[in-house]
Design a protein around this ligand. Sequence first.
Ligand SMILES: Nc1ncnc2c1ncn2[C@@H]1O[C@H](COP(=O)(O)OP(=O)(O)OP(=O)(O)O)[C@@H](O)[C@H]1O
Ligand SMILES: [Mg+2]
Length: 145
Amino acid sequence: MTLADEAATRALGARIAGALRVGDAVLLSGPLGAGKTALARAVIQASGITGHVPSPTFTLVQHYETADLTIRHFDLYRIEREIDLAELGLEDALEDGAVLAEWPERAADYWPETALHIELKPVGEQTRIAHIRGGEYWRRVVDGI
Ligand SMILES: Nc1ncnc2c1ncn2[C@@H]1O[C@H](COP(=O)(O)OP(=O)(O)OP(=O)(O)O)[C@@H](O)[C@H]1O
Ligand SMILES: [Mg+2]
């Protein structure tokens, strides 16, 4: 899918937000500045969160409560050891809520089969190519954007 500008990224985020359930993992890959945080922020805001949605670059995880779902937004860039993942509560996060994760490669063994994988590739100032992979459920969500 081609995301021509940030509005297109926000539209994709809104579609994902509308479908997000407990146990879902949305895995956001791509280089620095690709738009992983921008897409995660779009999902969180479209879920009804109105306050500041910071990048979890330093906190590693940010926690949000919407009307009917817990969402945790992880940035695993700085993770170096397996044990750090356990301490961060990645497994617990999938048990009681949905997870949005930047740099999911750092925790490759953790993700459920049902995960939605999105790889963002910058191809210009505002244009991003999104390579999207997931099961049938996610195909229906993302189709037709
Ligand atoms: N179509 C687009 N989608 C997403 N972001 C875009 C788009 N066009 C421009 N941008 C800009 O690209 C930047 C993306 O930054 P962002 O922090 O989301 O990247 P990131 O992938 O999370 O990087 P990092 O690996 O450092 O966490 C922002 O400044 C955003 O405004
Ligand atoms: Mg980021």
